[in-house]
Design a protein around this ligand. Structure first.
Ligand code: GDP
Length: 286
């Protein structure tokens, strides 16, 4: 598998984020609720230093509810303020406003004692591409102020978006790059669509997906493809069975594996096997 770590991009992103950080009181670090650790940039803490932070597990509609709760408990037990949101289908303003207040209470109290009175909290959205930064900003702005899509390096005049009564959000998110020196992190990022499909070989991603489904969603897997898979069989045979069942053939009656692989990955991304959480707090992650 190809392992990527964008050192040049990272240095530039880091500089840009450092500039944005100077303007805000609190950082909203957005991650994908299906892979809360793998979708974090490991240098995040180092970059934001002691700035108050709220960890936002976005796309909660795509993740398993009880496992998301486990993650929130895990982070809160480490003193990290963490909330879950579904920025497409639900109201998020008050949850975000409240979390920002929780994260900044100490600072605002300290300022008051020094005679510095501030009414509004200023915040920056930060995260790796495709975790939903722009969607969150758009939902909070309620008028499509920030364009969705990942466009690092595009500069424009930054503006503040009013969120509720007490929060102001920078309309441009800070973008950091994912780091995936560990193979499973790359596979998870690819399966959830966080990195482009040409970075990691998709056959490996599909095998990873099938292994996960066999272990955690075996019945749903069989039901979806209407195949009675052999649980102890070779994963490679699953490709054949899906290809035959779906008539995915090429000239000469050979199975079109590329199509089978794309189908499996697309089905996972489109929630055909229900919500999916690919990692838990006690999994070993370095
Ligand atoms: P960004 O690169 O971090 O700004 O990510 P985007 O805001 O462009 O979102 C990436 C993709 O994730 C888009 O297709 C969004 O529609 C989708 N997305 C964002 N938030 C959510 C969410 O809460 N639930 C679901 N199901 N999809 C989301």
């Amino acid at each position: 598998m190809v392992i990527q770590w964008f050192p040049g991009h990272m240095a530039k992103a880091r500089r840009e984020v450092s500039e944005q950080l100077k303007k805000v009181d609190v950082v909203f670090e957005i991650v994908d609720a299906r892979i809360p650790e793998s979708s974090r940039n490991p240098m995040m803490e180092d970059i934001i230093k002691h700035k108050p932070k709220v960890l936002i597990l976005n796309k909660s509609d795509l993740a398993e509810r009880d496992k998301t709760k486990q993650w929130i408990r895990h982070y809160e037990s480490q003193g990290i303020i963490a909330i879950e949101i579904d920025s497409i289908h639900s109201q998020i303003t008050s949850a975000i406003e409240q979390a920002a207040k929780r994260a900044t209470t100490n600072i605002f109290e300290r300022n008051e004692k020094k005679g510095i009175h501030k009414e509004t909290i200023r915040a920056l959205i930060l995260g790796i591409p495709n975790v939903g930064k722009s969607t969150v900003i758009n939902t909070l702005a309620k008028k499509g102020a920030a364009k969705t899509g990942n466009k690092p390096g595009v500069t424009k005049a930054q503006q503040w978006i009013n969120v509720g009564k007490s929060l102001q959000l920078l309309d441009t998110p800070g973008i950091l790059w994912p780091k995936f020196e560990r193979e499973d992190i790359g596979l998870k990022l690819s399966l959830t669509g966080a990195i482009k499909d040409d970075i990691i070989h998709l056959d490996e991603v599909a095998i990873f997906a099938l292994n996960y489904l066999i272990e955690h969603k075996y019945e749903t897997l069989c039901e979806h493809y209407k195949i009675d898979f052999d649980r102890d069989g070779e994963v490679i045979d699953y490709f054949d069975q899906i290809g035959i069942k779906r008539g995915m053939k090429m000239k000469g009656n050979e199975i079109n594996y590329e199509l089978v692989i794309e189908t499996i990955i697309r089905d996972v991304r489109n929630k055909k096997f229900g919500p999916i959480t690919l990692e838990l707090p006690n999994d070993e992650l370095s």
